[in-house]
Design a protein around this ligand. Structure first.
Ligand SMILES: Cc1cc2nc3c(=O)[nH]c(=O)nc-3n(C[C@H](O)[C@H](O)[C@H](O)COP(=O)(O)O)c2cc1C
Length: 247
């Protein structure tokens, strides 16, 4: 059995035993190895039934996926290798004519505190009577999680691809960030709050032209298990088209 396959098998055991920290390390090893030599590794993995386990895992993850609110996202966050992988997955979204109509700004370490000052000042400027408590909240916003990724929609003007499609592709990048973070063993939340729409904040982010914030993806280790959230009944959102001519 090859190394990557052995790690996937160990990851399965770790997951079953609830040893998520161990499983997380093994996932990142095996994912990296699969990426570097994917065809060979997946061919090998198939011999051991690991591919079907991986596919089932994907469905289970998507069926159970839930956000964890930003103020319940603690340490550890992804290390630099894991973050690179999460961002690589985020950039692998459907994108009509390969425009890359999105870019990512990473906040980690001290930069989160420094950006908090930008938020606190922008809030003070927009509020007639800001309380010290509210200033503190704004100053600490980005400290809620070890990593915050600002996803910027960078529309390519004059393209034959409608702006609407470029915005949809940016939303897909946000969703891929959430899924990749979850699949790497972390929790995450996609939020905008007031500062995604504040001119001073957008300028401090370095946004130019028609660029807009699609969201801030907070990533860390969930400090609590979120309860289930109501989802729509398929019967309320799905219809089957039939030709009116035949009726
Ligand atoms: C574009 C966008 C912006 C959002 N902004 C916020 C926000 O500012 N604050 C918030 O509590 N939730 C916000 N949400 C909702 C959360 O990301 C999330 O959907 C919700 O907490 C529960 O979702 P779940 O299905 O991922 O568990 C936003 C969602 C989207 C798609």
């Amino acid at each position: 059995m090859c190394l990557a396959t052995r790690k996937l098998a160990l990851e399965r055991i770790a997951f079953k035993q609830g040893r998520f920290g161990v499983a997380r390390k093994l996932i990142s090893f095996s994912a990296t190895e699969h990426c570097s030599n994917a065809r060979f590794e997946i061919g090998k993995a198939a011999q051991y039934g690991v591919v079907s386990f991986m596919l089932n895992n994907t469905l289970e993850l998507l069926l159970a996926r839930r956000s964890v609110v930003a103020n319940k996202l603690g340490e550890p966050g992804p290390d630099s290798g894991q973050l690179q992988q999460i961002l690589t997955i985020a950039a692998r979204v459907p994108d009509h004519k390969k425009l890359n109509p999105w870019r990512f700004i990473i906040f980690q370490g001290e930069a989160r505190k420094d950006f908090g000052e930008v938020l606190a000042k922008a809030f003070e400027a927009s509020d007639d009577d800001p309380s010290p408590a509210r200033r503190e909240t704004e100053a600490n916003r980005f400290m809620r999680a070890p990593i915050v990724v600002a996803v910027i929609c960078h529309l390519i003007e004059g393209s034959v691809v409608p702006e609407w499609e470029q915005i949809l592709s940016t939303g897909a990048a946000c969703q891929n960030l959430l899924i990749a973070a979850n699949a790497s063993g972390f929790s995450a939340q996609w939020i905008t709050e007031w500062y995604a729409y504040d001119e001073t904040v957008c300028s401090a982010l370095g946004l130019e032209g028609s660029e807009r914030v699609a969201g801030f993806i907070y990533i860390g280790t969930g400090q609590e298990q979120p309860s289930e959230r109501d989802r729509p009944e398929l019967k309320d959102i799905v219809t089957y088209w039939n030709s009116p001519i035949k009726n």
